[in-house]
Design a protein around this ligand. Structure first.
Ligand code: ADP
Ligand code: MG
Length: 345
């Protein structure tokens, strides 16, 4: 018989690198975290530059609050955050971040550099990090107010991950999706996305509108067919605002861009519900474009389901989904009565 193994405590570095792999599965996950940090820092303009689908180089420049000079030594350590102080705060959390894990994770699996300047500082400061810690001294230098984070050679020390992500083109398309989604939802913030040394792929203006940004990102084919939907329900403590395509538009691959309390999330049940409404109006295997921003009482939402925060759980899911369905249904009906009568005939 084999002998029992000896139990040992893992090295902190090993623990942190394993955790990093959970949060950052591909460049687009890292970028999502960085965009959320910029938004948490009240940035109004965010510029993203990418090389090789973000695997070689991923840089994000914002004009937000910047990071205090005397926080630069611990900013990339695991579980350091300026956003959450006690567990109870999670109920009311209004920032994207709260775990203090993103920068730490990224620093464990890439070469990370921060260049930052607060309005109170006379100059900017630049610091490089490795495994959560400062690598070399913090250097004063020239720079604008805000923060620039550069992530180089992502997964350089996670060979298996690196091998599984072979196509820079595919990674770039995930990056486009993340930037496009945030640009549409945060239409007051300007977003720019470009490949290093090439033309810009996405550029939205500061103080743009949702519809204008949908036009920029998805084209006029979708933008010209949009219907605005709105809903408030006191009992369920929910509100909904969104844009959905009318029945003249259909596409073989549907798009649902869903934000719950401003977090970009996925929900199979909402997706299915929306599809079922459209299935009455659209040809078989044809789908709609749907952007939904749902706001729920933060006390009814659990955002801490998964480290990527890609899923949330919320109370009264069935009732809320019913409300969304009837809201979209009513809108489609009222705007297309002639067509509906034709379909029913
Ligand atoms: P979290 O967002 O959960 O707090 P992060 O690891 O993403 O954790 O960031 C750690 C801290 O670094 C944040 O709490 C914030 O104070 C600071 N920070 C990160 N990015 C920025 C940024 N772009 N502008 C200003 N501060 C930032
Ligand atoms: Mg964060």
């Amino acid at each position: 018989m084999a002998e029992p193994g000896i139990i040992r405590k893992l090295d902190e570095d090993v623990v942190n690198r394993i955790a990093a792999g959970e949060i950052v599965q591909r460049p687009a996950n890292a970028l999502k975290e960085l965009i959320e940090n910029s938004l948490d820092a009240h940035a109004t303009n965010i510029i993203i530059t990418v090389k090789a689908g973000g695997l070689k180089y991923l840089q994000i420049q914002d004009n937000g609050t910047g990071i205090r000079h005397d926080n630069l030594d611990i900013v990339c350590e695991r579980f350091t955050t300026s956003k959450l102080q006690q567990y109870e705060d999670l109920q009311e959390i209004s920032t994207y971040g709260f775990r203090g894990e993103a920068l730490a994770s990224i620093s464990y699996i890439s070469h990370l550099t921060i260049l930052t300047k607060t309005a109170a500082d006379k100059c900017a400061y630049k610091a490089s990090y490795e495994n959560g810690k400062l690598k070399g001294p913090i250097k004063p230098c020239a720079g604008n107010n805000g923060t620039q984070i550069t992530v180089e050679d992502l997964f350089y020390n996670v060979i298996a991950r690196k091998k599984s992500l072979r196509s820079a083109t595919e990674e770039y398309s995930h990056i486009m999706e993340v930037v496009g989604g945030y640009a549409i939802h945060n239409s007051h913030v300007g977003f720019t996305l470009k490949k290093f040394g090439e033309n810009t792929d996405i550029k939205t203006a500061i103080k743009s509108t949702v519809v204008e940004n949908i036009r920029i990102i998805h084209g006029n084919n979708i933008a010209r067919e949009l219907l605005e939907i709105e809903l408030k329900d006191e009992t369920l403590k929910m509100s909904l605002h969104g844009f959905v395509t009318n029945v003249n538009y259909s596409h073989k691959r549907g798009t649902m861009l869903l934000f719950i309390n401003h977090r970009l999330v996925d929900s199979q049940s909402i997706r299915k519900a929306v599809d079922s409404v459209y299935s009455t109006y659209l040809p078989k295997n044809a789908h709609s474009y749907v952007y939904l921003s749902i706001e729920l009482d933060p006390r009814n939402v659990d955002v801490n389901v998964h480290p990527t925060k890609h899923e949330v759980q919320f109370l009264y899911e069935e009732q809320i989904i019913e409300k969304i369905k009837s809201c979209i249904e009513a809108k489609l009906l009222s705007c297309n009565s002639s067509r509906v009568m034709y379909t029913q005939a």
